[in-house]
Design a protein around this ligand. Structure first.
Ligand SMILES: [Zn+2]
Length: 110
Protein backbone atom coordinates (compact mmCIF):
# COMPACT_ATOMS: atom_id res chain seq x y z
CA UNK A 1 0.00 0.00 0.00
CA UNK A 2 1.47 3.35 -1.03
CA UNK A 3 1.47 5.83 1.87
CA UNK A 4 1.56 9.61 1.41
CA UNK A 5 2.23 11.79 4.47
CA UNK A 6 0.69 15.24 4.19
CA UNK A 7 -1.09 18.01 6.11
CA UNK A 8 -4.29 18.29 4.04
CA UNK A 9 -5.87 14.85 3.55
CA UNK A 10 -7.76 13.76 5.54
CA UNK A 11 -9.21 16.72 7.48
CA UNK A 12 -7.84 17.39 10.96
CA UNK A 13 -9.37 15.00 13.48
CA UNK A 14 -8.93 12.02 11.18
CA UNK A 15 -5.75 9.98 10.90
CA UNK A 16 -5.79 8.49 7.44
CA UNK A 17 -7.89 8.13 4.33
CA UNK A 18 -7.73 5.54 1.59
CA UNK A 19 -8.16 7.19 -1.82
CA UNK A 20 -7.69 5.46 -5.17
CA UNK A 21 -5.17 2.91 -3.95
CA UNK A 22 -3.14 5.41 -1.93
CA UNK A 23 -3.20 5.80 1.84
CA UNK A 24 -3.08 9.49 2.78
CA UNK A 25 -1.85 9.99 6.35
CA UNK A 26 -1.72 13.25 8.27
CA UNK A 27 1.85 14.23 9.07
CA UNK A 28 0.90 15.84 12.40
CA UNK A 29 -0.03 12.60 14.19
CA UNK A 30 1.67 12.32 17.57
CA UNK A 31 2.05 8.57 17.49
CA UNK A 32 1.72 7.81 13.80
CA UNK A 33 -0.51 5.01 12.59
CA UNK A 34 -1.02 1.89 14.65
CA UNK A 35 -1.29 -1.58 13.20
CA UNK A 36 -5.08 -1.49 13.62
CA UNK A 37 -5.18 1.72 11.53
CA UNK A 38 -3.32 0.01 8.68
CA UNK A 39 -5.64 -2.97 8.98
CA UNK A 40 -8.65 -0.62 8.91
CA UNK A 41 -7.44 1.00 5.71
CA UNK A 42 -6.56 -2.37 4.17
CA UNK A 43 -10.17 -3.44 4.77
CA UNK A 44 -11.28 -0.33 2.87
CA UNK A 45 -8.82 -1.28 0.15
CA UNK A 46 -10.51 -4.66 -0.23
CA UNK A 47 -14.00 -3.09 -0.19
CA UNK A 48 -12.89 -0.59 -2.81
CA UNK A 49 -11.46 -3.31 -5.03
CA UNK A 50 -14.65 -5.38 -4.99
CA UNK A 51 -16.71 -2.25 -5.75
CA UNK A 52 -14.42 -1.45 -8.71
CA UNK A 53 -13.25 1.76 -7.09
CA UNK A 54 -15.78 4.30 -8.26
CA UNK A 55 -18.82 2.45 -6.87
CA UNK A 56 -17.14 2.27 -3.47
CA UNK A 57 -16.90 6.06 -3.28
CA UNK A 58 -20.37 6.59 -4.75
CA UNK A 59 -21.99 4.18 -2.28
CA UNK A 60 -19.92 5.54 0.59
CA UNK A 61 -20.99 9.15 0.02
CA UNK A 62 -24.63 8.22 -0.68
CA UNK A 63 -24.94 6.05 2.42
CA UNK A 64 -23.29 8.76 4.53
CA UNK A 65 -25.69 11.42 3.20
CA UNK A 66 -28.71 9.16 3.81
CA UNK A 67 -27.56 8.43 7.38
CA UNK A 68 -26.94 12.06 8.38
CA UNK A 69 -30.60 12.88 9.24
CA UNK A 70 -30.94 9.55 11.10
CA UNK A 71 -28.11 10.65 13.40
CA UNK A 72 -29.64 14.09 13.99
CA UNK A 73 -27.20 15.73 11.60
CA UNK A 74 -24.19 14.51 13.55
CA UNK A 75 -21.99 13.98 10.49
CA UNK A 76 -19.27 12.19 12.45
CA UNK A 77 -21.72 9.67 13.89
CA UNK A 78 -23.21 9.17 10.43
CA UNK A 79 -19.71 8.53 9.05
CA UNK A 80 -18.92 5.96 11.77
CA UNK A 81 -22.08 4.10 10.82
CA UNK A 82 -21.52 3.85 7.09
CA UNK A 83 -21.46 0.09 6.43
CA UNK A 84 -17.87 0.20 5.11
CA UNK A 85 -16.78 1.88 8.35
CA UNK A 86 -18.76 -0.50 10.56
CA UNK A 87 -16.99 -3.42 8.94
CA UNK A 88 -13.57 -1.73 9.13
CA UNK A 89 -13.89 -0.52 12.74
CA UNK A 90 -15.43 -3.80 13.83
CA UNK A 91 -12.57 -5.87 12.46
CA UNK A 92 -9.52 -3.60 12.47
CA UNK A 93 -8.01 -5.38 15.51
CA UNK A 94 -8.35 -8.80 13.91
CA UNK A 95 -5.10 -9.35 11.97
CA UNK A 96 -6.50 -12.44 10.27
CA UNK A 97 -9.70 -10.76 9.15
CA UNK A 98 -8.73 -10.10 5.53
CA UNK A 99 -7.46 -13.65 5.03
CA UNK A 100 -10.81 -15.12 6.07
CA UNK A 101 -13.16 -12.36 4.90
CA UNK A 102 -15.73 -13.27 2.27
CA UNK A 103 -16.42 -10.98 -0.67
CA UNK A 104 -19.10 -8.29 -0.14
CA UNK A 105 -18.95 -8.77 3.65
CA UNK A 106 -19.65 -5.07 4.16
CA UNK A 107 -23.27 -5.71 3.07
CA UNK A 108 -23.95 -7.41 6.41
CA UNK A 109 -23.15 -4.10 8.12
CA UNK A 110 -25.78 -1.99 6.35
ZN1 LIG B 1 -12.57 3.95 7.69
Amino acid sequence: MKVVLNSLVPFKGFKAMFLFGILFVRNDLKHGLEEKDYNHEAIHGRQCLEMLGVFFYLWYVLEWLVRIPFYRFNVRKAYRNVSFEREAYGNERNKEYLSTRKMWSWIRYI
